[in-house]
Write a protein that binds this ligand. Structure first.
Ligand SMILES: Nc1ncnc2c1ncn2[C@@H]1O[C@H](COP(=O)(O)OP(=O)(O)OP(=O)(O)O)[C@@H](O)[C@H]1O
Ligand SMILES: [Mg+2]
Length: 215
C-alpha cells in the first residue's frame, strides 16, 4: 500500500506534535519507526489511520484521504495499538465478532495464536481485559496476522512480550507477503534483524533520519 505524507503539521494545544512531516511509504516497505518517548510516533500512526484532522499538510493512503475514507481504508489495514483496548467481552465472543465482521477464519486466528504460544482454548471464557499484558498482545498479534492486509501497523506490540514471544513474533513477520507494507514502531531494533528495509527516526515531531537498508 502506498502512503503519501506531505508537510504534515498536527498541534495539540500549543504543542507541534507533528512538525512538518514528509514521507512516502511504498508497497512492500518494511519500516522500523524509532524515536524517543513523546517524539510523535503514535500520533503519526493515528494520523495515517484517519483519527485526526491535520492542522496543515496532507496524508493520502492508497490515494485516498484517510479521514474521509476511513472505513474503506481500515479494511485494508491490520493495526495493533500501543495500549490494548479495555475489551470487556470474552475471548470467545471477541473472536466471534471479529470473524463475522472481517471474514477472518477462527481457525486461522487460533493457528496464529498457537504460533505465538498463546493457548486460546484454555482462556476462551475469560474477558479480554483479564488476560495478562503479554497474553493480550499475543492475541492482538494473532488477530492482526490472521487477516490478509495490505498494510500492517504495529505500535510497540512486543513491549510486554517475553523474549520467546518476541522471537515468535519476528518469525511470524517473515511469513508476511513481500508486497504487504509494514510500519513497526519499536524501541528495540535488534528484534527486527533482517525484517526491515527502512529505518525512520522521529524526534520532536520531525523525521530526523530516513535510512534505506540493503536487503
Ligand atoms: N490526544 C492528545 N492530546 C494531547 N496531547 C497529545 C495527544 N496525543 C499525544 N499527545 C502529545 O503528543 C506528544 C507525542 O505523543 P506520541 O504518543 O505521539 O509519542 P510517541 O512517539 O508515540 O511516544 P512513546 O514512545 O512514548 O509511545 C506527547 O507530548 C503527547 O503528550
Ligand atoms: Mg507511542
Amino acid at each position: 500500500m502506498k502512503i503519501e505524507i506531505k508537510d504534515v503539521i498536527k498541534n495539540f494545544g500549543e504543542e507541534n506534535v507533528l512538525d512538518g512531516i514528509t514521507l512516502d511509504i511504498n508497497e512492500g516497505d518494511k519500516i522500523a519507526m524509532l524515536g524517543p518517548n513523546g517524539a510523535g510516533k503514535t500520533t503519526l500512526i493515528r494520523a495515517i489511520l484517519g483519527y485526526y484532522k491535520l492542522n496543515s499538510g496532507e496524508i493520502s493512503v492508497d490515494g485516498k484521504d484517510p479521514v474521509k475514507k476511513r472505513v474503506e481504508i481500515l479494511k485494508k489495514i491490520s493495526f495493533i495499538p500501543q495500549l490494548p483496548p479495555p475489551i470487556k467481552i470474552s475471548i470467545d465472543d471477541l473472536l466471534g465478532y471479529i470473524c463475522t465482521t472481517s471474514g477472518v477464519k477462527k481457525e486461522r486466528i487460533i493457528k496464529e495464536a498457537e504460533d505465538m504460544e498463546l493457548d486460546i482454548k484454555a482462556n476462551i471464557k475469560k474477558p479480554f481485559f483479564k488476560l495478562s499484558g503479554g497474553m493480550k498482545q499475543k492475541l492482538l498479534i494473532a488477530i492482526a496476522l490472521a487477516r490478509e492486509s495490505e498494510l500492517y501497523i504495529f505500535d510497540e506490540p512486543t513491549a510486554n512480550l517475553d523474549p520467546k514471544g518476541r522471537e515468535n513474533f519476528a518469525n511470524l513477520l517473515k511469513g508476511l507477503k513481500k508486497e504487504s507494507s509494514v510500519i513497526y514502531v519499536t524501541h528495540r531494533l535488534e528484534d527486527l534483524k533482517g525484517l526491515t528495509n527502512r529505518l525512520i527516526y522521529l524526534d520532536i515531531g520531525k523525521v530526523t533520519e530516513d535510512k534505506r537498508l540493503e536487503v
